[in-house]
Design a protein around this ligand. Sequence first.
Ligand code: SF4
Length: 368
Amino acid sequence: MDQQPIDGAPGRYWHRLDDGRIQCDVCPRYCRLHEGQRGLCFVRARAGDAIVLTTYGRSSGFCIDPIEKKPLNHFLPGTPVLSFGTAGCNLTCKFCQNWDISKAREFDRLQDKASPEAIAEAAVKSGSRSVAFTYNDPVIFLEYAIDVAQACRERGIKTVAVSAGYICAEPRREFFRHMDAANIDLKGFTEGFYKTLCTGHLQPVLDTLTYLKHETDVWFEITTLLIPGENDAPAEIEGLSRWVMEHLGPDVPLHFTAFHPDWKMRDKPPTPPATLRMARDIGRAAGLRYVYTGNIHDPTGQTTYCHACGAALIGRDWYDLGTWNLGADGRCGDCGARCAGVFEARHGGWGRRRRPLAVREPAAVQPR
Ligand code: SF4
């Protein structure tokens, strides 16, 4: 815990305890803080008699990505998304694939200062259809993410949350009210996996998924990173797939993606492509209509097929789209069955490009 003077924007979701500490109620960590202490996520901290967000308005950098990279395969396919993160995380995954951002303790790397209005303006000017909160979990900077989302909506820009879904019920309601789409990382399907490798719990993530499905209009997809020997047993994959089918239905896309040795888990090999294909087969056998492989070259496993007639609807080769066999209403060009998702008459043409972007304050707009 840090003891340096702390500065930041007012934080929401906390309460005072009888012993004088302040408890953060954003995520199920429930950090209890004395004056000057930071929470586990490092970016929420106690300053005086309140919690502050120390990374409001600061970014680890902006990049325009294909929306498929989030990954979202059924949300405005082929369109560019202005992506950014801040620093810190509320999980401690040993296999973290973004550890340079999520584990950042040195905020001098957060060199890009950007108001919500500047980000929305940059999205419009760059032709991005959406803004994604990604690279680290937006739950921990929800005040900033929500202000950005509001500014985006005023400009007709959609918003995308890439999150582990590790958030308490009340902030969950507020946060997702401002999102148009989400990719939720379901890291494994056992409490032991979450406890041992992430020092978290599985149930709050499942609660977020069922909340999104049954109480919001947010379009969401699920990603599970398969780690050899940790969460890739066929029985665990089958349990996960069956849970999705039973609690969320057949239309929520599920992405099984490849692990690469990183952070504190360098003793495991990369996920074999055969494991990802096996997982996809299991998901489909459970009744799920849209199951994908990710982080490998697998056009078959990354193509969207019609659930009714089996026709290829959206062909993908990495992030390049090929086949497009959908009407504007998302109906199969062959049989007319509807494909779940958010589609337009044509797909975007962004392709696989990744373009860094400098976000500048509009001259007439003052930061909040
Ligand atoms: S958001 Fe951060 S400070 Fe709040 S409970 Fe979670 S880890 Fe702790």
